[in-house]
Design a binder for this molecule. Structure first.
Ligand SMILES: [Zn+2]
Length: 695
């Protein structure tokens, strides 16, 4: 086995290291969500931490890692007698792949064996494997909602319940949960964010010296992992010892009332929902205290905890990135720092002895008394929200203008997006929709039945959703359809020699359920940004429409992409991504003007779709072409349109004015696209809504 990169050798990333250590010290902290760009060694450092956890003693042969001292009474492999054979092994590090099935995560009963052989064989899943170790979920934001719920439920309860196919199994599943996500690929829903104990924002250092050191160590490690690890062995064993000692001391740590009130004040001031933030902050502060060698929680511990526990909990718009106002935190802490407990040892004298060069005072793991980073958390003001700032080219217009087009200027005030789950009321019918408020658009769908990633747009065969039929299993059985199975077996009972009661089942009688749910799609916007659109001030209305469609795509869990065409060529402004925030930001700063190379736009779209078909074959595309149909520069529109044959399309017709050429209408017919006049988009949206309400 190859050596693990040493935790102590990780350069920088102090917040992340501290968050992981606090979780290693106290399971009540509730996991870490790591947000950050790719290539920041997130998995390396999680692996490194797992190697630092105290080894686990388990009952030999128990697939659920029962502690011999306190075996799980409900253990499916139990009951275990006292004095059973035991083994000592490192704490597990289990990775949950994004494409994992529910069976893989929680385990599954082998229904086929159960029905045909009468054997009750439960196959444990990854949650069992992670018990008493670390569960690492890379790209947790891309995981199916349903799996995220199961995962977070188990993490919260410390127990995994498997209730399916008339069999229920329950086993302990306590693990340190670490999720990572790249915000560029889409945010996690706020209610899921809240269920991670801590969040940390990571980014590669911008300091050349530090970067060089990272690379130097990495190269040294790759050249000789064993030797490199050997050089850090002393630090590593000191760290492991320190974690183990902190764990031992945790039950004796004291949280003075003044500090608890301080935590409550801070949480209230940051307007977090519920009391979970208070609980997590208190747990993290207690873990931080023992980690620093204190037995009484101080303001420093509260600060260190709050910086990690609050950024993702403050109330915010769905398109805001998490972040914390550090100045506000500092002020609140100061106001409530009160008289410290008399027997409170203010100086963090390390209990670890002289041999310990651990992180007590600004060592490799940050969070010392002055451990406030230089605003890494970011502030809400710089987030790429759907219009947290007025678009540059239109600054100065009235955000609430009476005229629909002038109103399109402020794009969207911070108040304009009020909920991730479609709670936005549509603009009242009859009033021209201004861009200050993205409006609700009608549901645009890809026809047919897809098999893409779960979402809320087009119909699809899916693992979840309503049961629409039964079929013979293809490969392993997923979800028994009991009625269909009995019906399949019924005609053969006599020939199989049945005499008494009870059905004689054979493997080929088994039928599984076919479900239908909804999938997310790739919504590719192709937007005319040429002068002809801008000159007639249509661009603001167009941007509003696209923003509204983007918001809709966010709610339906689509991937989005943006191609624009103007001047001499078309450009992929936003390659397909799940980050609607990125789409909104690019759209806001979109330059306009010049000639109209429509054919180039269509050809570019065909290009993007071709590449995406290879990268993500199950995801069906929906092309949304926003144009007046005019082409004043290069390329044969007819030929370019031919490249898009077979693609589900919508043409949003932007033509306006008294004389109309109907070019977009013709283009829509050529593409076999649904045609939607720009002005009807919002009205239609509210009409659809009103209709649904009426029926
Ligand atoms: Zn057991």
């Amino acid at each position: 086995m190859i050596a693990t990169y040493p935790f102590s050798a990780v350069v920088g990333l102090d917040d992340l290291k501290l968050a992981l250590v606090l979780n290693a010290v106290s399971p009540r902290v509730g996991g870490v969500l790591v947000r950050g760009e790719k290539g920041t060694a997130k998995s390396t450092i999680v692996r490194a931490l797992a190697a630092q956890l105290p080894p686990v003693e388990a009952v030999t042969g128990c697939r659920f890692a029962c502690d011999p001292a306190a075996p799980d009474p409900a253990c499916p492999d139990g009951p275990h007698e006292p004095g059973e054979q035991r083994l000592r092994r490192p704490a597990a590090l289990v990775e949950l792949p994004v494409g994992a099935s529910e069976d893989r995560l929680v385990g599954a009963l082998d229904v086929e064996r159960a029905l045909t052989e009468g054997v009750k064989a439960f196959q444990p899943g990854l949650l069992a494997a992670a018990h008493r170790g670390v569960l690492y979920v890379d790209e947790v934001n891309l995981l199916h909602d349903h799996l995220v719920d199961l995962l977070l439920d188990a993490a919260a309860l410390g127990t995994c319940y498997v209730e399916r196919e008339t069999v229920s199994v329950r086993h302990a599943a306590r693990f340190l949960l670490v999720g990572t996500m790249n915000p560029e690929e889409g945010e996690l829903r706020p209610q899921l964010l809240d269920r991670f104990g801590l969040t940390v924002e990571v980014r590669a250092s911008r300091d050349p010296g530090e970067r060089a050191e990272v690379v130097r160590r990495r190269l040294a490690f790759e050249a000789g992992p064993e030797e490199f690890a050997g050089r850090w062995a002393a630090e590593e064993s000191a760290l492991a010892g320190r974690i183990a000692r902190a764990r031992d001391r945790l039950p004796g740590v004291r949280l003075p009332d003044a500090r608890l009130r301080q935590i409550a004040t801070v949480c209230a001031a940051f307007e977090v929902d519920g009391l979970r933030a208070d609980l997590v902050t208190a747990s993290a502060a207690m873990a931080h205290a023992v980690w620093q060698g204190r037995q009484v929680v101080t303001t420093d511990d509260v600060r260190a905890a709050a910086r990690l526990s609050l950024p993702h909990r403050r109330r915010r718009d769905p398109f805001d990135a998490p972040g914390l106002d550090e100045e506000l935190l500092e002020r609140l802490l100061e106001e409530t720092s009160g008289p410290d407990d008399p027997d409170d040892p203010d100086d963090p004298h390390g209990p670890d002895g002289p041999g310990d060069d651990g992180p007590g005072d600004g060592g490799p793991v940050g969070g010392g008394p002055d451990g406030l980073g230089p605003g890494d958390g970011g502030s809400s003001g710089e987030s790429a929200g759907l219009g947290s700032e007025t678009s540059r080219e239109d600054a100065g217009s009235h955000p609430q203008g009476v005229d629909g087009q002038a109103a399109g200027t402020a794009e969207a005030g911070p108040q304009a997006v009020d909920g991730p789950a479609g709670s936005r009321p549509a603009a009242p019918a009859g009033r021209p929709a201004g861009a200050a408020e993205p409006y609700r658009v009608p549901l645009l769908q890809v026809p047919g039945l897809g098999e893409g990633a779960a979402g809320r747009r087009s119909r699809a065969r899916s693992a979840h959703g309503r049961v629409t039929g039964a079929r013979r299993p293809r490969g392993r059985l997923h979800g028994l359809h009991l009625t269909a199975t009995i019906l399949a077996a019924a005609p053969h009972q006599r020939t199989r020699g049945r005499t008494g009661p009870g059905l004689l089942l054979r493997a080929d009688d088994l039928r599984e359920v076919v479900r239908e749910g909804r999938e997310g799609n790739l919504v590719l916007f192709v937007v005319d940004a040429s002068g002809s659109m801008a000159a007639r001030r249509r661009m603001t209305a167009v941007k509003t429409a696209v923003l509204s469609l983007l918001l809709d795509a966010y709610q339906r869990r689509d991937k989005v992409g943006l191609v624009t065409f103007r001047g001499a060529a078309a450009e992929v402004v936003l390659p397909p991504t799940s980050s609607v925030e990125a789409g909104a930001a690019r759209l806001r700063s979109l330059p306009t003007g010049g000639r109209t190379p429509l054919a180039a736009g269509l050809a570019k779209a065909a290009d993007v779709l071709r590449v995406e078909r290879v990268r993500d074959p199950a995801r069906r595309p929906l092309l949304v072409l926003v144009t007046d149909g005019r082409a004043t520069a290069g390329g044969d529109v007819e030929r370019a349109a031919g490249m898009l044959d077979g693609t589900a399309s919508v043409v949003v017709d932007c033509e306006s004015g008294p004389v109309r050429l109907g070019l977009a209408v013709r283009l829509a017919a050529r593409l076999r696209a649904r045609l939607l006049p720009l002005d009807a988009l919002s009205d239609l949206g509210s009409a659809v809504r009103d209709y649904r309400k009426a029926v």
